[in-house]
Design a protein around this ligand. Structure first.
Ligand code: URA
Length: 261
């Protein structure tokens, strides 16, 4: 197989969802010799390549470190840089991109999702897949849009986790806890009037509670702002009969946006 055929075959597998390469048999790399096979021993010292990122000391509290880095960020670009520099979250190592945010920085409404999926990881933007398209239609139904220029119609969108979990697995409570200080700062810097928290992970990060079926439709407070929990659009794609409830919740958001304008 030539280079181009091999590349096309690999691309095809990635399209199908493959995101790891496995050998036929396991290799214990801890037991491999330090030198490459066949290399004459003793000719030249093996030069150790320095890791790109400094190793994280084990006694550092990841949440305290996140809080310190997030609080030091004076604006959204600084926050993005702080998240890119954060080394404690394992998810970062498997992701292609940091998915920071999309939409208008002066927006009155901020939507907080869970974590990027495959499309988002590839593009580096939140909610660009099928669930994202439904989210855009839902927002449009109440006159809001991420690409609206006028602040009163504008939406800003971010996720609790900026990195895609492998195979879209559920993030652990530790992974969520270490990203909450970044979301707290994110909300402070965007300063929206209202928040929408979509899905269970987002509610767990914002309220410390799960159970979207019970939480949805009732205003609560998250990150110091009024927040409406909403069914995740990915769930609505699977359970379209629930759109009726989501629509009622969105109407509450619309009414409150009118009240505070
Ligand atoms: N689901 C989310 O919660 N966020 C995304 O960005 C995409 C899907």
């Amino acid at each position: 197989m030539d280079f181009h055929a091999a590349r096309a075959a690999l691309q095809w597998q990635v399209e199908l969802g493959a995101d790891e390469a496995l050998c036929d048999a396991p290799i214990n790399r801890y037991e491999l010799p330090d030198t490459a096979p066949g290399k004459p021993v003793g000719v030249a010292p093996v030069v150790k390549v320095q890791p790109v990122a400094a190793p994280v000391p084990e006694d550092v509290d990841p949440v305290a470190d996140a809080r310190r880095m997030a609080q030091a960020a004076g604006d959204l670009d600084g926050l993005r840089a702080a998240m890119a520099a954060y080394q404690h979250c394992e998810l970062k190592r498997g992701a292609r991109n940091l998915v920071f945010a999309d939409g208008q920085r002066g927006a009155r409404l901020m939507v907080i999702g869970e974590a990027p999926g495959r499309e988002e990881d590839r593009e580096g933007r939140p909610f660009v897949g099928r669930a994202g398209q439904l989210l855009d239609r839902m927002l449009d139904a109440i006159g809001m849009a991420r690409d609206a220029e006028a602040a009163e119609r504008a939406v800003y969108i971010a996720n609790v986790l900026p990195w895609r979990p492998p195979q879209n697995r559920e993030p652990t409570p530790e992974e969520i806890a270490m990203m909450v200080p970044f979301m707290q700062r994110h909300v402070e810097l965007v300063a929206p009037d209202l928040l929408i928290l979509v899905g269970n992970i987002s509610c767990f990060a914002g309220f410390g509670k799960r159970g979207i079926t019970r939480l949805r439709g009732r205003w609560a407070e998250a990150y110091g702002r009024p927040a409406m929990p909403l069914y995740h659009p990915a769930y609505l794609l699977q359970q379209p009969q629930m759109k009726r409830e989501a629509w009622a919740d969105l109407l509450q958001v619309q009414a409150r946006l009118r009240e505070v304008s």
